[in-house]
Structures are given as C-alpha cells and as structure tokens.
Design a protein around this ligand. Structure first.
Ligand SMILES: Nc1ncnc2c1ncn2[C@@H]1O[C@H](COP(=O)(O)OP(=O)(O)OP(=O)(O)O)[C@@H](O)[C@H]1O
Length: 299
C-alpha cells in the first residue's frame, strides 16, 4: 500500500473537513475520490500532503508518516485552481518547480524535455503562460507535478474547468502516467471522468466515506432491451439466465455480464421477439452517486 490512513480526521474548530477516514491506496492504481462541493476532498489531499495538520488519526505515505520531508520528494501535487505566474514561460515555470524540489540544474533541463513530451507541450515551452489556453495551463500544471518524477501524484479536480477536448488530453496523460507505474490519487466531481480512468473509487459525503470499491463492485448496471412481441417463452427462458429479470411493456432489464449478451439476444430472437435495441443502462454511476450522497445542497 502506498497510502494508508487510519481514522484520519481533519476538522476546523470541530466542523467541516473530513472524519475517521480509513483507506488504502495500492501502488500503480488510479484511485478517485468522488464527492460534491464541500465534501472534504481537497482537505483530505492537503492533509495527506502535510499542508494541514490532522486533528486525529494516522496517515502513512510510502511507509512514512504524512508530512515526512523525504516522502515529499516522491509526491507530485496539482492543486485545484492552480495559480499560474502568467509572466513566465512554460519552460521557466517547470524550471522553478524543479528548483523547489531541490533538483540540480542539469537534471531539471533533462527532465523538462521528458515532461514536455509527456504533457504534449513540446514546442510551446518558450511561450508565456498568458498565451496558453486553459487546457495547456492545466497540462503545464501536470508537468510541474511530475517534474521530480514522483511515485505518487495527487491531482485535485484536474479536468473540471476544461472542455471535452482538454479533458481527454488530461485523461490520456493520466493514463500514460499510470502505465509508467505512478499511483494517482484523483479528486473529482465529474462522474464521467471517474468511469473512464479509475481503478477504484471512494464516495465521500460530508466528510465521511460512504462507499469504496472498483466500478464493478459498486455498480450493478443492467442491460436494457427494447423488444416487441414479448411472450411467455421469452420470459421463461430469460428467467433461466437471470431469475430477477424485469419486464415491463416492451422493455427488458436483465443483469448479465458482457459475455452473456449474445445468449440474451438469441433467446429473444429465436422465440419470435422483435429486438430493436440492446445496451447497458447508462448513468449507473450517477444513480449510485445520487443515491449515496442525496440531492440536497452542499453543507
Ligand atoms: N481552512 C478552512 N477553514 C474552515 N473550514 C474549512 C477550511 N477548509 C475547508 N473547510 C470546510 O471543510 C469542508 C470541506 O471543504 P473541501 O474544500 O475539502 O471540500 P471539497 O470536497 O474539496 O470541495 P470542492 O469540490 O468545492 O473543492 C467545507 O465545509 C469547507 O467549508
């Protein structure tokens, strides 16, 4: 486990923050923290980074207590709404971050070349940040987070302010970093992002963890079929595949894995059902999220 917490709590005069969080993050996984505004996501990351002092409980990163100076070198952090020094060039920003990590100048220069390729900004490094688009700024922010080639990356809402193209670019970089073996802890409230890149998810509500698991563990997303001529034979045969198959009007809702879908299709068609469409139900994560945290306003 690269990150481990035990009853970790951070509150501000007994309020806000998060409470009694016990979780483990495995090496090389993308772990997403999902929660509404004000759920406590940023406070959790800032506590793990040692920026905030915990109220109680324990946290370990790479086997050392949170806040340990040696461990900080192994951690990259992209804060939410990172403030860019617009008068600097991309190159200068990366260079300054290298200095913050106390890297040697030659090492920084070498690493900047690698980083520019990873974040797709090669050729743009001499431009001032004020000329960068939002997406480019977020990517140079990611570049700063990985300048020291850290083992763990904490990314706080890295895609929230971006358009779909910018989001995909950042998502692709996150996938590449995961493929390089980095462990990535991601804060987000964008459910679509979570579905696309996370290995495991924790849902946080008002400072408490409500659910943790893989997508498959958390979401049971049924397959929906639109069928005319539903008859007893179809119903009986489908019940043999899934005893709790749900049928209403022309809709069939059945719980099967992908490999079983052809069998469902075959059962419908061979019994004279007219199959117009079959697909897995969408928004399953959204449903789970809303059922877990409710629709009320933030605290
Ligand atoms: N320095 C602080 N002093 C007092 N309360 C704080 C402080 N920082 C955060 N809080 C409170 O702690 C709670 C969690 O805030 P936090 O910023 O961690 O949430 P979040 O899930 O990251 O939200 P967002 O998505 O809006 O960034 C909120 O109620 C917030 O008002």
């Amino acid at each position: 486990m690269v990150i481990q917490t035990q009853n970790l709590t951070k509150q501000f005069n007994g309020k806000g923050g998060f409470a009694n969080i016990s979780l483990s993050v495995r090496e090389g996984e993308v772990f997403s923290f999902l929660g509404k505004n004000g759920a406590g996501k940023s406070t959790f990351i800032r506590t793990l980074l040692g920026i905030l002092h915990p109220t109680s409980g324990e946290g370990m990163i790479l086997g050392k207590n949170i806040g340990n100076v040696e461990v900080r070198k192994e951690i990259g952090y992209l804060p939410e709404l990172f403030q860019y020094q617009n008068w600097l060039t991309g190159y200068e920003l990366l260079f300054n971050h290298g200095l913050l990590y106390k890297m040697g100048k030659q090492d920084i220069k070498k690493r900047i070349e690698e980083v520019l390729l990873i974040v797709g900004l090669k050729g743009h490094e001499k431009k001032k940040l004020k000329e960068y688009s939002k997406g480019m700024k977020q990517r140079i922010g990611l570049g700063c987070a990985i300048i020291s080639n850290p083992k763990i990356l904490f990314l706080d809402e890295p895609t929230s302010a971006l358009d779909p193209v910018g989001r995909k670019q950042v998502r692709d970089i996150i996938s590449d970093l995961k493929n390089q073996g980095k462990t990535i802890f991601l804060n987000t409230h964008l459910l679509s992002e979570v579905e696309l890149i996370s290995d495991r998810i924790a849902i946080l509500d008002k400072g408490n963890i409500k659910k943790v698991g893989t997508m498959d563990e958390l979401i049971y997303s049924p397959v929906m079929a639109l069928v005319e001529n539903i008859n007893d034979k179809i119903i009986n045969d489908l019940k043999k595949i899934d005893p709790i198959v749900n049928i209403s009007n022309n809709n069939i809702e059945i719980h099967v894995d992908d490999k079983t879908i052809p069998k469902v299709v075959n059962t419908i068609v061979k019994n004279d059902g007219l199959l117009y469409m079959i697909k897995r139900k969408e928004n399953a994560l959204e449903e789970l999220f809303i059922n877990t945290v409710g629709e009320a306003d933030e605290r």
